[in-house]
Design a protein around this ligand. Structure first.
Ligand code: SAM
Ligand code: SF4
Length: 480
């Protein structure tokens, strides 16, 4: 059986459904009903959001349709407060690791699409993966997301081998402690294999929840052309025990308000079917130009910087317990603006070509064959330094995942604000390790100030003593 046939057999279960959980008429009816909400309407929703409760679609529609500047200001303030309440002021760092750009799909917007002849294809060998990981570790990375195209070269057994390889690399300073993956939707059986090798978050972005736009962007006859195979992939993940999932939208394909509603409906669908466990993270990339890909965004759907800011804040208010990831596709200025009201994870030191970490070290430049353009190419050290300037605390923590606090367990601790008391000390320890092992003198000085301020907050609490002891151990060379 060839590659495509294997999945086509699986499609049948979804083809026979007479509808799926994205009801476009309902979404538009909700958005249209609230075309011009009053201040009072918006305030009622904000009052509910204040309690850190996931919003209902009609409530999110009210926020999405708000046009009043003063209410927008209140939304930003509350989004910031919720972020502080649930996540504290820590920002978790990661960097992507591109494993393969071979792809049988032909997504209109992506540099890896099969019809892009400008791209010379490559899948890393195990030795090359090791080389990339060593460079990442030496730069200070502890968390990564492995990225794959969808092709016979990167089927699940290869993915498992590549994950095992990433975890096996140890250097003087440590190792990658959490490997998430971003790949094509898989069968439940394949997902079970990934679970066994210890993947972190399993990410698949729907790209667009709008059925017709999805069809236009993803040619029929390709695996990715099947909307529902992708839409229900997190259901299969949950069934397979992979309970730490990341969903997302590629903004710029369709109306951004509709897409936020789609993300919310997806969250509700998962919560309703899997014991209240929604997605662990939501990603919201905006399309950027890709090598050899003359895709032009329909101006009607382009997401301006100010709308982007709104959508991040509205996501934070709508799904207070879901991590929000803002990647280096965004320029540093935009990242700086959106971090305060919602973002919990960012990448830094990012290279997005296959073999790009090794290439950038040799040539000291960005690789020539990226999937798309990144707009924040700064080093990890540079971004850590800036996060310190913003008075936030950079974190490289992977403790929840290693202690098995994923899925339902993670939701429980997040909802009890345990994250705040448990994660800040871990951010303190992992930042300390980073400052000793990797930071430039300037970042180190700033980081020490951030540590000092954060440690002081625990004065008078029993945990204060433990924090001091752990910091002493780290200074004496012990590593987690
Ligand atoms: N091949 C897998 C898939 O499509 O699901 C996973 C990897 S794909 C390389 C990761 C994500 O990159 C896609 O889901 C899409 O949202 C995003 N992406 C693709 N082209 C992009 C572009 N031109 N600009 C920004 N993001 C893009
Ligand atoms: Fe392939 Fe993913 Fe790019 Fe589509 S977005 S062409 S599936 S790598």
């Amino acid at each position: 059986m060839n590659f495509l046939e294997k999945y086509q057999k699986e499609f049948a279960q979804y083809d026979k459904l007479d509808h799926d959980f994205i009801d476009e008429n309902k979404i538009w009816a909700q958005l249209n009903k609230w075309k011009n909400p009053s201040k009072a309407d918006v305030r009622i929703v904000l009052k509910k959001a204040e309690q850190c409760i996931r919003l209902e679609p009609e409530e999110t529609a009210i926020l999405l349709q708000n046009k009043d500047e003063s209410m927008l200001h209140e939304m930003y303030e509350l989004a910031h407060q919720l972020k502080e309440d649930v996540y504290g002021d820590r920002i978790v760092f990661f960097a992507p690791l591109y494993i393969s750009d071979e792809c049988a799909n032909n997504c209109a917007y992506c540099g890896f699409r099969s019809s892009n002849t400008a791209m010379r294809r490559k899948t890393l060998t195990m030795e090359e993966i090791e080389q990339e990981v060593r460079i990442m570790i030496e730069e200070g990375q502890k968390r990564t997301v492995l990225v794959y195209g969808e092709s016979p070269a990167t089927q699940v057994d290869f993915m498992c081998d590549s994950i095992k390889k990433v975890y096996s690399v140890k250097t003087e300073h440590g190792e990658i402690r959490r490997a998430n993956i971003n790949c094509a939707p898989l069968t439940a059986e394949e997902l079970r294999k990934l679970k066994k090798v210890g993947i972190g978050t399993f990410q698949v972005f729907q790209e667009t929840y709008h059925h017709e736009t999805y069809r236009k962007m993803h040619p029929q006859g390709t695996i990715k052309g099947h909307y529902r195979w992708r839409l229900y992939c997190m259901d299969r993940a949950q069934e397979a025990g992979v309970d730490d999932n990341g969903i997302g939208v590629l903004f710029g394909l369709y109306d951004w308000r509709f897409e936020v509603m789609g993300l919310l409906y997806h969250t509700i669908h998962l919560e309703e079917n899997f014991n209240g466990v929604g997605p662990h993270t939501i990603s919201f990339p905006r399309i950027t130009p890709a090598t050899g890909t003359p895709f032009s965004i329909n101006p009607q759907y382009a997401v301006s910087d100010s709308d982007f800011k709104k959508l991040v804040a509205i996501l934070r208010l709508s799904v207070p317990y879901t991590g929000l990831i803002c990647t280096a596709r965004e320029p540093d200025k935009v990242r700086r603006e959106v971090i305060p009201f919602g973002v919990s994870q960012i990448d830094a030191g990012t290279r997005i070509g296959v073999g790009a970490y090794a290439q950038s070290i040799k040539a000291n430049e960005l690789p020539d064959k990226e999937q798309f353009t990144i707009n924040d190419p700064r080093s990890l050290d540079g971004v850590v330094s800036e996060i310190c300037d913003m008075n936030c605390i950079p974190s490289f923590c992977t403790a929840c995942y290693r202690a098995g606090r994923t899925g339902e367990q993670f939701m429980k601790v997040a909802k009890s604000k345990f994250v705040h008391n448990f994660c800040i000390p871990n951010a303190i320890f992992t930042l300390k390790e980073y400052l000793i092992d990797y930071a430039s003198p300037e970042t180190k000085a700033k980081g020490e100030q951030v540590l000092k301020r954060h440690i002081e907050r625990f004065k008078g609490e029993t945990v204060y003593q433990t924090i001091q002891e752990n910091l002493n151990r780290i200074e004496n060379g012990e590593r987690d």
